[in-house]
Design a protein around this ligand. Structure first.
Ligand code: NAD
Length: 328
């Protein structure tokens, strides 16, 4: 089997649903044979390790551990889903305090054991804020760390494909930006359906409102249908993100990235992005005044969550971030 790289990849939360699916996808897609499975729950990660060994992937060189030093030392790529998932009735924001504390420790471990890591993808929710916490604590450059936001866009794409009865990949440009919470900004103006602009498809206001709702509630809907939070789609999309950072196909669905420009200050949020071997690059979203207003509202919500983690003492006040991470 030909692998894209031999660099060490660490899957954090590997004993869990997303983590275990990521290990499988990494080896199925041939990213790297050198995968370390890390979790705080030994039986879980041990069991995943045994199962993956029993797949007998050619060339695989796996290890598992509950020791952060063993896991992170020499890591070149990391994906983390290591945090609590939400249950029915919970929003992603309900996870803020506990998971952001985990993110702070995660960032500290990166700084301590693998400051030369190339790229990190953060999945655990609320992903924009856990990723921001990780970035501040890790000392990494902003282009080296992304959060998983793409599912909001793939949910929008699926809803539009269902509405018009077309194959899903005939829906192009279906993107959401801003936060990954339910206050995400859903953009319609760049969407085309089988080559035709959405604006010419005769979609009623009511139907568009229902599609938007289906998109923003996409994660809750999976919890209702399956009795647990989604795991196959986050696992696959996050692995595609790290594949791009390793030099594989570019990842062009929106990713959460650090933004600090004229309009948006000191947040991680989904933007029009490309991930490649040099990290994440973003452009300014363009859209209708309503879409841009929704993005602004989503940004304001992210600022509130940022203030919460500052108040909780998980990250310092913004003007002191540079002391913890000179790259910010
Ligand atoms: N960004 C997204 O699009 C998206 C989508 C779905 C789920 N999620 C989030 O991903 C996270 C994981 O979901 P899951 O379904 O895999 O949950 P899970 O409970 O099945 O797995 C989480 C794993 O993380 C481990 N863990 C907990 N704290 C840890 C720590 N400090 N260090 C290392 N490992 C730790 C647990 O032991 C467990 O094995 C949740 O926060 C969930 O909300 C994000």
């Amino acid at each position: 089997m030909n692998y894209l790289t031999n660099d060490k990849l660490v899957i954090v939360g590997a004993g869990g649903m997303i983590g275990s699916n990521m290990v499988q996808s990494v080896l199925t897609l041939g990213l790297t044979p050198n995968v370390c499975l890390y979790d705080i729950y030994e039986p879980g990660v041990h069991g995943v390790y045994d199962e993956i060994c029993q797949c007998a992937f050619e060339g695989a060189n796996l290890c598992y551990t509950t020791d952060p030093e063993k896991a992170f030392t020499d890591a070149k790529y990391i994906i983390s889903s290591g945090g609590a998932p939400r249950k029915d009735g919970m929003t992603r924001e309900d996870l803020l305090k506990g998971n952001c504390q985990i993110a702070a420790d995660f960032g500290d471990n990166i700084k301590k054991y693998c400051p030369n890591v190339e790229h990190v993808v953060v999945i655990f929710n609320p992903a924009d804020v856990t990723a921001l916490t990780t970035l501040i604590h890790s000392g990494l450059k902003p282009n080296q760390l992304t959060s998983l936001a793409a599912l909001d866009s793939t949910r929008l794409q699926q809803a539009l494909a269902d509405e018009f009865g077309v194959q899903q990949d005939k829906v192009v440009g279906a993107h959401t930006y801003g936060g990954h919470g339910e206050q995400m900004a859903v953009f319609a103006s760049k969407v085309s359906i089988d080559g035709k602009p959405l604006s010419e498809m005769g979609l009623s206001e009511e139907k568009w409102a229902a599609i938007k709702l289906r998109t923003t509630q996409g994660g809750s809907n999976i919890i209702k249908l399956r009795g647990r939070s989604s795991f196959q789609s986050p696992a696959y999309c996050a692995v595609k993100m790290i594949q791009a950072a390793m030099g594989g196909d570019k990842f062009t669905l929106p990713a959460g990235c650090y933004v600090n420009n004229e309009k948006f200050k000191n947040v991680m949020m989904a933007m029009p992005t490309t991930i490649d071997k040099t990290g994440v690059h973003f452009a300014e979203p363009t859209g209708t005044p309503e879409e841009l207003a929704a993005l602004e509202a989503s940004y304001e919500h992210l600022c509130k969550m940022r203030e919460e983690i500052i108040e909780l003492g998980i990250v310092p006040a913004v003007d002191q971030w540079k002391e913890m991470n000179p790259n910010l």
